[in-house]
Design a protein around this ligand. Structure first.
Ligand code: ADP
Length: 577
């Protein structure tokens, strides 16, 4: 699983985000204070009116003036309030957009090893379910919460100014709400967080089953997959159930707290008035304030609950930022193009070392074939050379600089890995190629496609390089998709390339054509090819034989055949086959 940001970290980051919007926040708050102040004027004026009327000193003109003033202030307040709400919504949208971009930016720069070991379900859950859980809160909730808090604080202040003694009655709601929150929050947050994780597990299990439907079918895993989904659903259901139970308890107390203030003020007011401590006017004013408190308190109750759900989601979203980076650019510039492995050990999982103390010097410009039995560590070696996973110990360097000291962009300008996983991104053909170098102009993109020999079929598309491809658009064949990947490589222009089964998904004829194009495109570069067909090995300048995570033989094809070792017997077996 990817990490979850601990409470204090999430709080610090949230405050950091708020701080970056501080001036806009101050602006919104000021507008809201003005809007709320205008709503506080009416009860004051009405209170005075009641005092004057009950004292028999009110003239008709006075009543008219007070009513007129109330109308003017209320209308002005409504206008300011509308504007304040709008600004608050805009602010909410901006914060949400920022958060989403920040998340995407993190996700695309996550170390691949972290993504692979966490599973895509968790990450997809965080970028979809969790994001949408906080969406409503950030867009609508934050502005409303601000309004509620400002309203509650100012109303209590105004009530206290009107009659401190009466206003004490408002405090009666504080102890039960406080007690409830102390009980609720510590239980609710972990429950909601576990709920999010459980939903992500459902997503992951379902996605995995659908994506690998053929395997599920072939191995008759249907029943087991179904059970796995049911387990995940049962877990999510029981957590959801617990959540609802908690909420029911919370609402019970808050509901009473919501209705209590007006009743309390009237009773308390009647008691104080009977002793002659307060007048009717003051009771009117404070009772009206108590009524005005009901709406923001009710809204706040609603949001407090959503805040819990969102907080759990937010700590999962911000947790993505807690993944330790697997590279820290030092600004060192590689001197030359030589790639070197020194004493490299690597384990995907602790305690299961896959590569043991591998050292290898690539000769710039050579073509090295890596051969060996399946599972011996060839692909892993390729991933080390391309800097996909940093070694567990030892170093992989280019031009004397460790790959982990290079920025992602710098790394890819030096070494790149190309595998059989050819993904077509939705967008135009040109967009797909340009991913490697966003600023590349049209001629460069066409040039790259030309170099790969793809321009013929691209020209035949309805709109040439501007034809939309990928999910929901024109579907490309695996060979075409692979050619786009190779065209990207031409743009990227790394001096060292690792090809891992780059052509193995294509039919043999397409593979051969592509390999021929590749050899012209790759001329002059260092190429490491994980060879699954030995004829590629025979064409290479050198061959490395990997067995059980070690390079056991290294030399030219002829040398190794003559030496009569592992390679010689592989070669004999291949030729006989
Ligand atoms: P080859 O390319 O020679 O077939 P690999 O490098 O793919 O071998 O695999 C070497 C070993 O590492 C195998 O035992 C394989 O099960 C293991 N392995 C490969 N990829 C992963 C991974 N992502 N997580 C855990 N183990 C892995």
């Amino acid at each position: 699983m990817l990490p979850v940001a601990p409470g204090p970290v999430a709080l610090r980051k949230t405050l950091g985000i708020m701080l970056s919007y501080r001036w806009r926040l101050v602006g919104v708050l000021t507008l809201q204070v003005v809007a709320v102040l205008s709503t506080l004027v009416a009860p004051q004026l009405l209170g005075r009116l009641v005092t004057r009327v009950s004292g028999g000193t009110a003239t008709t003109g006075y009543v008219d003036r007070v009513v007129g003033a109330i109308v003017v202030v209320t209308v002005a307040g409504a206008v300011v309030n509308r504007y304040a709400q709008m600004r608050a919504r805009v602010l909410g949208e901006s914060v949400f957009a920022d958060l989403r971009e920040r998340m995407m930016n993190r996700v695309v720069h996550l170390p691949l090893s972290a993504v692979e070991s966490a599973g895509t379900g968790d990450l997809v859950g965080r970028t979809t379910t969790d994001i949408s859980r906080i969406e409503f809160l950030v867009r609508t909730g934050v502005p409303q919460i601000l309004v509620c808090v400002v309203t509650i604080v100012l109303t209590i202040v105004a009530a206290t100014v009107s009659s401190p003694l009466l206003a004490l009655g408002l405090l009666v709601v504080a102890p039960p709400v406080w007690g409830m929150m102390r009980w609720y929050l510590p239980v609710a947050i972990p429950t909601y967080r576990a709920g999010s994780a459980a939903t992500a597990r459902i997503n992951g299990t379902v996605t995995e089953t659908v994506e690998h439907a053929q395997t599920v079918d072939a191995l008759a895993l249907g029943q087991r997959r179904q059970e796995a989904v049911q387990r995940a659903v049962a877990e999510a259901w029981s957590l959801e159930h617990l959540g609802v139970w908690l909420r029911r308890r919370l609402y019970l107390v808050l509901d009473v707290a919501w209705r209590a203030p007006v009743v309390v003020i009237l009773l308390w007011g009647a008691f104080l008035a009977s002793r002659g401590v307060v007048g009717l006017g003051a009771i009117t004013t404070v009772a009206l304030y108590a009524m005005e408190l009901r709406k923001p308190i009710g809204q706040l109750m609603f949001w407090i609950d959503l805040v819990q759900v969102a907080q759990a989601s937010l700590s999962r979203i911000l947790g993505v930022e807690e993944v330790a980076p697997d590279r820290v650019p030092t600004g060192q510039v590689p001197q030359g193009t030589q790639v070197r492995l020194e004493g490299v050990c690597f384990s995907y999982r602790e305690g299961h070392e896959v590569l043991h103390d591998v050292s290898l010097d690539l000769v710039p410009g050579e073509r090295l074939a890596v051969v060996g039995p399946s599972g011996s560590g060839k692909s892993t070696l390729g991933r080390m050379l391309a800097g996909i996973n940093p070694p567990t110990s030892g170093t992989v360097s280019v031009g004397g600089v460790s790959l982990t000291d290079l920025s992602e962009a710098e790394l890819r300008r030096n070494v790149a890995l190309i595998t059989q996983e050819h993904h077509v991104f939705s967008g135009s053909v040109a967009d797909n190629v340009r991913l490697a170098r966003p600023q590349a102009d049209a001629a460069t993109v066409t040039g790259a496609l030309e170099a790969i020999g793809a321009m013929d079929w691209v020209r035949a598309l309805p709109e040439g390089v501007d034809t939309l491809v990928g999910s929901g658009h024109l579907a490309l064949s695996p060979a075409q998709a692979q050619e786009l990947a190779l065209a990207r490589l031409v743009l990227l222009d790394p001096h060292t390339l690792v090809l891992d089964e780059a052509t193995s998904l294509l039919d043999p004829r397409a593979a051969r054509v592509l390999e021929r194009t590749l050899s012209t495109t790759l001329a002059g570069r260092t190429v490491v090819e994980v060879a699954h067909r030995l004829y590629t090995a025979a064409d290479a300048d050198r061959v490395a034989v990997v067995m059980d995570g070690r390079i056991v033989e290294l030399g030219t094809h002829d040398e190794l055949v003559a030496a009569g070792g592992e390679y010689a017997s592989l070669w004999r077996a291949w030729n006989q086959g």
